[in-house]
Write a protein that binds this ligand. Sequence first.
Ligand code: GLU
Length: 451
Amino acid sequence: MKNPIYEEKVNKFMAYIMAKNPAELEFHQAVREVVESIVPYIEENPIYTEERILERICEPERVIIFRVPWIDDKGNIQVNRGFRIEMNSAIGPYKGGLRFHPTVNLGILKFLAFEQVFKNSLTTLPMGGGKGGSDFDPKGKSEKEVMRFCQSFMTELCKHIGPNTDVPAGDIGVGGREIGYLFGQYKRIRNEFTGVLTGKNILWGGSLIRPEATGYGNVYFAQEMLKTRGETFEGKIVAVSGSGNVAQFTIEKVNELGGKCVTLSDSNGFIYDPKGIDSEKLKYIMWLKNEKRGRMKEYADKYACDYFPDERPWGIKCDVALPSATENEINGEQAKTLVKNGCICVSEGANMPSTPEAIEVYLAAKILFGPGKAANAGGVATSGLEMTQNSMRLSWTREEVDGRLQTIMKNIHKTCHKYGTKEDGFINYVDGANIGGFVKVADSMIAQGAV
Ligand code: GLU
C-alpha cells in the first residue's frame, strides 16, 4: 500500500482509532491491517464513507466486563475479570470463542472480536462477530478449580447470551472440558437445553468434526493456495507451532496428505523432530496435552529429539509454515528467515500470528500467505454447522460435515481470489479476505439503517 493518498487516509483514521481506544495495541494492529485493504476499495465505493461504515464497524455494539470470584482448593477467594465483546450482529447472532489466558485484556479481545466479524462473514454462514474470555490461567489449576471458575463465569455471562443472541465457543484455554462446565451452568440457571455454546461434546449436542475443524480447515485452505502454483502437500516439510487443538489436527491432516511435520511448540519452547511427527507420536501428544496437560519438553525426552527452550520454530528449514499458537508469534526477522530457507507458503491456524512486518516480508517475496481470518475460519464455520444441526435437532455424519467444511474453505479461497488478485496475477490474500469479509457486513449494515 504505497499510494500516498491512501496512506494519509489510513493514518488519519488510525489516529482517530488510537485516540479513542488508547493502549489497545493488538486492536490497533488488527484495525490497521483491515483499513489498509479497505481504504482503496471504499474510495471507489463512496457509499461506505457516507454511511460511516469504518467508524461503525470498529465500534463494538456492546462490551460486557464483569467480576468473576471463585474459591480455590485451599478455600481462598480468587478474583478474575470476565469479558464479552459483542462486536457486530449485522449478519447473525454474535459468534466467537472464549479465551482463558493470563494475557487476556480488553485490547486482545477487541482485536479477536474484530477479526471474527470478517472471518465469520467469509464463511458465508449467518454469524455476527464476538469474543470473550478471562485473564484466568487454567494452567496448574485442579479440575475442581476450573469447574468452579467456569460456573462463576457463566453465572454472569448467561444473562447476556442465548442461541439467537450470542453463541460463544472455545479458544485458547477453553476446550471440551470447559465448554462442558459452562454449558452445565447455563442450563441450570436458564433451565434451557439449547445450542447456546458450540464445541459441545458429541453426546449432548456437539458436531462431528468440530474438534478437527480449525486444523483441517487451515490445511484445506493451504492446499487451495498451493494448487494455484501447481503444488501439493506431498513430500513437503512443514513447520507447525503450538501444540493445542489446532496444531494437533493440522498434523493429522498434513500426514494424511503426505507432508511431514517436524516442529511443535508451547510457551516454554519448541521441539524439532526431523523424522516427522507420525500418527503414533501424535497420539502421544494428544494424551500429553489434552489429558496429562504436560509440556512439549516431555515429547523431546521421550522421542530423543532436539528441544529449544524459549525459542520459536521459524529458524527450521521448511516448505510450508502453519503457525497455530497465538498472536504475533512470527516477527519480521523470522519471516525473512522462513523465506530465505525456501518456505513457499504460510497459512495461519492461529489468529494474527504474523506481525505487520512479517506480512510485509511475505508479500514482498510473493509467497503464498493465508491470513488467519481466511485460513482458520474452518473452526467457526463448523461451529456454524453445529448451530444448524442444533436448530434442526439432527446430527450429520462425519462425511457430511467434513464435505461442507471443504466446500466452505474452497469458497473462502475463491472470495480471496476475487477480491485479492492484482494486475500481475499475484493473489494478495490479505486484501482478498479483508475486502471479501467487509462487503457483506457493510452492505447489511447499510440495509439495516444507522443502528
Ligand atoms: N475461537 C475460534 C476462532 O477464533 C472459534 C470460534 C467459534 O467456534 O465460535 O475462530
